[in-house]
Design a protein around this ligand. Sequence first.
Ligand code: EPU
Length: 414
Amino acid sequence: MSSYVIRGGKPLFGAVEIQGSKNSAVAIILACIAVEGEVVLHRVPCITDVLDCIEIVRYVGGRVEWLSGSSLYINCVEVEYKEVPARITERIRASTYLMGAFLGRFGRCPLMKSGGCSLGERPIDLHMDVLGAIGARHGVTGELCLNRVSDAKYSFPRVTVGGTVNAIVAAACGCGECVLKKCAKEPHVCDVVRFLNECGADIEGVGSDCLVVRGVGKLRGCEFTLSGDMIEAGTYLLAGVATGGAVTVNGVCTQELSALCNALEYMGLYVEKNDLSIAVSGLAMRSASVETGEYPLFPTDLHPQMVAFMGCAPGCGFLRENVFGGDRFKYLTELGKQGLVYSVEGNGVTVRESEYVGAKAYATDLRGGAANVIAALRAEGESVIGNAEFVERGYSDFVLKLRALGADVSYGDL
Ligand code: EPU
């Protein structure tokens, strides 16, 4: 097990180049299984979730090679239908995307286990529901079969990123017209739609919650650049102000981070937005009350990092989690070891101004781990944050980027 050893109390200053979106990358790499041509993706983050997706594509016979820098070549012309072993699929939530890709390419899909961060129950009932609505049925051997995507109309009873992506990938390779309502419109979903359209798909409504997918039968290869990772960007901005420093993030769509920027401005921080960059500086004058929700509301993937920062703000802050269940709060016990004073009631957490101290704590999941790192960067003294591998799932060159901002951080064993 690896850990981060952090000697905190040093303000972070400087600029960070933001990676391509993790959630776009994992969805698009697996969607390539449905693409009968050569794909070149640019700005792919080198993180373990992406490496796991690459392993899956290679397992089914796809050719994947890193080109210079962060460009990835993927050729799935000769992929074959086979079940990917649970030892690989269980590592990541994104393996649920195999359903859309397999149904699109082969018209059938074995039921495979997925994994990912433990954030409460993460069912796939809505994936099955929407795939059923576009014509998928269970075969005698238990696999899911989709001989022909028929015309369909479906309205998601609850917004789901994964369910939306699976439906559009499968439907894009069909021949009917699918009208999907109450779709997720997260920036990474928009990236998937744009990617599929570059591959010859006919999907209308990008950026809205109603997508009309007209099946084109086959997808061809393309070259595509991923958008910036808004969660990585938000994490560095929060780490900067938590340490009393000022960080600029470059290469991110500023509008995507509006909910975070509004909350920080309310707290009294100075937020400067330029074309593709955001800089945040100053000291918090007050705390905030925030609710997570689907895009464009405050992202659940910035919840733990925001709570860590609220611990640095005067007064009392509050965050209500509306996307995931109780397990999203698991990180709080570990943040408590670092000095956070908080109380939980239902799906809300009240946070008081706290004095973070050097401590040993364990990341409980990817974003929770990022929150532990923020608290450790703020604390005077040495902290050791265990389970660094959770954090490495989503942040490329994490230690290097933090060091470039002035942090004293290195890897250790714990
Ligand atoms: N849900 C259902 N049934 C379903 C699908 C979802 O009840 O069939 C519920 C979930 O349990 C959850 C809510 O709906 O309470 C939203 O889940 P969603 O399907 O939108 O999430 P996801 O596709 O599993 C993606 C990201 C997560 C991010 C969420 C929400 C990927 C690989 N994962 O997960 O990212 O938190 O959307 O925006 O894209 C992360 O990056 O740290 C991360 C966890």
